[in-house]
Write a protein that binds this ligand. Structure first.
Ligand SMILES: [Zn+2]
Length: 98
């Protein structure tokens, strides 16, 4: 199973985890929950879907232009998956995210 960067849309918590382990811990995100590049919640084990980009667009029916800068950044990261959530070799797991 690939190691991927998991980042909660709600609290910003970021961890690099084996996808199987992330799923077991309760993280939402591909490949186990949703698909790469397809809009869906990307959340940590303690946060739900309310307030995620998916929620704002699918449930609140907002336009992408109405999203906050942080939500737009999340949207770009989702579109660029899996490259955007793949840890780069030789650098810290956090670099290349912000
Ligand atoms: Zn969270």
């Amino acid at each position: 199973m690939p190691r991927l960067i998991y980042r909660c849309e709600t609290c910003g918590r970021t961890e690099v985890l084996d996808s199987e382990e992330a799923y077991r811990l309760g993280w939402d995100g591909p490949p186990h929950s949703g698909s790469y590049g397809v809009l869906g919640p990307r959340t940590c084990p303690i946060h739900g879907v309310v307030g995620t980009v998916w929620w704002e667009l699918a449930v609140e029916h907002k336009q992408p232009s109405e999203l906050t800068p942080r939500q737009q950044e999340t949207l770009r990261r989702i579109v660029d998956e899996p490259a955007s959530i793949t840890p780069s070799k030789g650098t810290s797991p956090m670099s290349g995210i912000d």
